[in-house]
Design a binder for this molecule. Structure first.
Ligand code: HEC
Ligand code: HEC
Ligand code: HEC
Ligand code: HEC
Length: 241
């Protein structure tokens, strides 16, 4: 019988540990739960009131019969048809379709209707509690929290890929993530459907208005347009939180 040399045994254990580590980093972590916009709105009244006026908030209504009939006809859709339960459409007109806590056509929650907060900021299941804790620390003794903690909990500060998943997900799109069900309103149909992120994210009619942050969170990650938007931002309403 060959006795294993103690060094090679250590090496084998180390190799196994490395393998486990590699597996743990590759294995997809479960996506946090969607909470619905009522939770976010309870603390962020100013952004919510502004968001409610945007096309994103009203996106589900576009799937109803008679809505935007001319556009539907041009896209070879039936303007008289009710698409509001159609899985080929819903994914980009509600929040978190088929995801944990997300919109379920069999039991549609009213706080997941339309393209809402979590469609852009990411599912809030793990990060929204951190907002509450950070706010308490900040309000009491001006202690700040690293923004990285939010990113680690699933809050999205990049935005681009989330917008792309709806706006660039059409047949023949240059975006490499494109897959069915596709957005029927592609630039091929009309140049106005062309999506340029840098322009779109600054579109004051499509996006909610921006309000000045008090600074409870600090440091990276931040999108490159953050300072520009904050420079033009108004203070939040008095009764916001
Ligand atoms: C879940 C899908 C979804 C996501 C995510 C999404 N949008 Fe939209 N967006 C829509 C839909 C649907 C409309 C159409 C609203 C209408 O016509 O009333 C729209 C409309 C718009 C418009 C106005 C129409 C146009 O194309 O010029 C802009 C600008 C826009 N979105 C920008 C963005 C940006 C920037 C992001 C990411 C930060 C984003 N959207 C994320 C679905 C989405
Ligand atoms: C992959 C995402 C996606 C899917 C799937 C999708 N849409 Fe949309 N839809 C969008 C986006 C993004 C816009 C905004 C287009 C723009 O203005 O640039 C939009 C806009 C619209 C509009 C407004 C178009 C206009 O010019 O006013 C209607 C109506 C609409 N969608 C209906 C539907 C229907 C019906 C289906 C299913 C057959 C569907 N959508 C499937 C993403 C999607
Ligand atoms: C279509 C995408 C989109 C939707 C929907 C959306 N946001 Fe935002 N939000 C953004 C972007 C982009 C920023 C700018 C981020 C930055 O400057 O760092 C932002 C910034 C914010 C900020 C930081 C302060 C500010 O005003 O810039 C808060 C708070 C916020 N959003 C809350 C919400 C809430 C609450 C909702 C839902 C009621 C919501 N957002 C819906 C894209 C979106
Ligand atoms: C208990 C209250 C509360 C809830 C619930 C809450 N937030 Fe916040 N959020 C805050 C506070 C407080 C801040 C720090 C604001 C500041 O620094 O001015 C913040 C910061 C933010 C920011 C800016 C982060 C940064 O870059 O500094 C965004 C974006 C945001 N919240 C979105 C959301 C979304 C989306 C939801 C729902 C999923 C949500 N919040 C739920 C209280 C809350």
């Amino acid at each position: 019988m060959t006795q294993m040399h103690p060094v090679s045994r250590v090496a084998r254990i180390a190799a196994l540990a490395l393998l486990l580590l590699a597996w743990a980093t590759v294995a997809p972590a479960a996506e946090p739960r969607y909470e619905g916009f009522k939770k976010c709105a309870s603390c962020h009244k100013s952004q919510s009131q502004s968001w409610r006026k945007t096309g994103h908030a009203k996106a589900l209504a576009l799937l109803e019969p008679g809505a935007r009939s001319e556009a539907k006809r041009r896209a070879k859709l039936d303007p008289g048809k009710d698409y509001s339960k159609d899985k080929d459409c819903l994914g980009c007109h509600v929040t978190g379709l088929g995801k944990d806590g997300g919109y379920d056509p069999a039991d549609p929650g009213i706080y997941l209707v339309g393209v809402s907060c979590e469609s852009c900021h990411g599912p809030g299941g793990r990060y929204q509690g951190l907002h509450r804790e950070a706010a308490e620390r900040f309000d009491k003794n001006k202690l700040t929290t690293p923004r990285q903690a939010l990113a680690d909990a699933g809050q999205d500060f990049g935005f681009v890929e989330r917008c792309n998943a709806c706006h660039l997900n059409y047949r023949g799109s240059p975006w490499k993530g494109a897959r069915a069900p596709y957005n029927p309103f592609a630039p091929e149909l009309d140049a106005k459907y062309r999506f340029e992120f840098d322009k779109a994210v600054r579109d004051v009619k499509a996006m909610h208005e921006h309000f000045r942050l008090e600074g409870a969170f600090t440091g990276p990650p931040l999108p490159p347009f953050h300072d520009e938007l904050q420079a033009k931002a108004r203070p939040i309403g008095k009764d916001d939180r």
